[in-house]
Design a protein around this ligand. Structure first.
Ligand SMILES: [Zn+2]
Length: 255
């Protein structure tokens, strides 16, 4: 079984949905009529995944939706992408070169969106994680590796602050922390006959949409924690081990 990343796609698939593109991806702005539009955008091609600069052409302004559409072909694979700038700034009146929001279709191949519940992370950990996503989405692989390590360090610093030594030793200390079992203990308590979840399952309480949403979220977090996460860590470990193995010798010396 391959990894089941929840917030990204597999090696050869891409999400076909509309995607919100950060304005930082815009390399330069052009004008059409009295409106600005992204003249070039830099991102990983949705089709071939090469990090490339798309030169946008055929700008068309939709007066009713106040939206500027433009298209470009990937210089590598020739496939077309389309962008939409919402409420593009006017060239008159000294407005900045920008639009209120930028959409792209299809979604860039390597783009990852932050996980749900980001606001629950401590500030420095959230920043390290966001920085990691930023450099990843910009296609800067070396910096991504470095920031992944910084984020791992922020995790152990937060969850096992008393642990010392190398990153491996600090994670070993974290693995023995009783805090890790706390959510399961809380769940067990809630499932008891007198507990809140126990009462819910016994139908002694009315069900509503908020409760149903919270329960489904709980299931998903548990499934990730107990099944997806262990499989992902094992898969990553195997993948890195295979990459480090020497390449097989060529079958023939000819050529
Ligand atoms: Zn391409």
């Amino acid at each position: 079984m391959g990894p089941v990343w929840r917030h990204a796609r597999g090696d050869n698939e891409w999400e076909s949905g509309m995607y919100h593109l950060d304005l930082a991806a815009v390399q330069s702005w052009n004008t059409s009529g009295d409106r600005y539009y992204p003249g070039s955008v830099s991102l990983p091609c949705p089709y071939c995944a090469r990090h490339t600069t798309f030169r946008m052409e055929g700008p068309t302004f939709d007066q009713v939706r106040r939206t500027m559409a433009a298209s470009a072909n990937c210089p590598a694979c020739q496939q077309a992408i389309h962008v939409w700038g919402v409420e593009p700034a006017r060239t008159t009146g000294h407005e900045d070169e920008k639009c209120q929001s930028l959409g792209i279709f299809p979604a860039p191949s390597a783009s990852r969106t932050p996980l749900a519940g980001l606001e629950l992370l401590p500030d420095n950990l959230r920043k390290a994680y966001r920085d990691t996503l930023d450099v990843y989405n910009a296609g800067v692989w070396r910096a991504t590796t470095t920031l992944c390590r910084v984020t791992l360090e922020a995790i152990v610093t937060d969850r096992a602050p008393e642990a010392t030594g190398a990153l491996a030793e600090r994670f070993t200390a974290l693995a023995g922390s009783p805090d890790l079992g706390l959510p399961l203990a809380t769940l067990a308590r809630s499932l008891q006959p007198g507990g809140n979840l126990g009462a819910q399952f016994a139908e002694t309480q009315a069900a509503d949409s908020a409760t149903a949403t919270a329960l489904v979220s709980l299931l998903e977090y548990l499934l990730e924690y107990l099944y997806t996460l262990p499989a992902q860590v094992a898969h990553l470990d195997r993948t890195l081990a295979q990459r480090d193995e020497p390449a097989p010798a060529p079958a023939s010396a000819a050529g």
